[in-house]
Design a protein around this ligand. Sequence first.
Ligand SMILES: Nc1ncnc2c1ncn2[C@@H]1O[C@H](COP(=O)(O)OP(=O)(O)OP(=O)(O)O)[C@@H](O)[C@H]1O
Ligand SMILES: [Mg+2]
Length: 261
Amino acid sequence: MGTTNGTTTPEIRVRGLAKSFGDNAVLRGVDFTAARGTSTVLLGPSGSGKTTVLRSLAVLERPDEGVVGIGDVEVDFSRLPDGKAGQREVARLRAQSGFVFQTHNLFPHRTVLENLIEGPVVAQRRPKEEVVAEARVLLEQVGLAQREDAYPFQLSGGQQQRVGIARALALKPEVVLFDEPTSALDPELVGEVLAVVRDLAEQGWTTVIVTHEIHFARKVADQALFLDGGRIVEAGPPGEVLEAPRTERARQFLRRILDPG
Ligand SMILES: Nc1ncnc2c1ncn2[C@@H]1O[C@H](COP(=O)(O)OP(=O)(O)OP(=O)(O)O)[C@@H](O)[C@H]1O
Ligand SMILES: [Mg+2]
């Protein structure tokens, strides 16, 4: 987190992000910033590119063009060096974020605790004892202190998602990215997962959350972004973007998700 000329550099910087799959231009110049410790919700119709934005931030997808900066790592994909040097830059940027998927993505044959420590021990080569101690704190935080020896199939969908969140945090990322973390859950399990996401936001984690849970977004988000056709067409405080959107497209979308019938 740097400061330049007395102004604080935003924790997340995205400029001119572009990505095509074949001739399908999915992101067409996405720009936004997010301050450290804030929560950003990203909304938009299906196919508008929300997942692709998140995956680009985490470099699970490599953008064709544009700049992604997270913390003190910044990569300009328009001029990424070939070979090892480029790969190193990408790896550094990738390590800045933790990703929580729509469905939990846990290793099915590993226990909850093993799922949490795999990344820190194997990829980050941190001492196992220390990692285990931290993993237990994280499990407590997501309300699963008693379940460290369980296998994913023995847990409810909501518990699996909470393990997925703890696993993302175990890597000590700068930012946590959530891609519709509750959309695959039975309705009665949504609340327990949103409560964990809200706790993280309140604890000062920097988060970007793709969600259609508008009431949650209103309460938790510091800024809301509305994506349409691969561009951010509205950005601002959630009270404005979610309650008084300027574009007809956003109004239409919000009406539909608030009243699906
Ligand atoms: N790996 C891929 N290969 C080819 N096309 C892809 C790939 N990933 C995404 N797309 C296409 O990119 C577009 C945007 O997809 P994306 O998943 O980012 O949308 P989204 O806003 O997350 O939608 P949803 O709300 O349905 O999750 C879609 O047209 C999709 O088919
Ligand atoms: Mg998506």
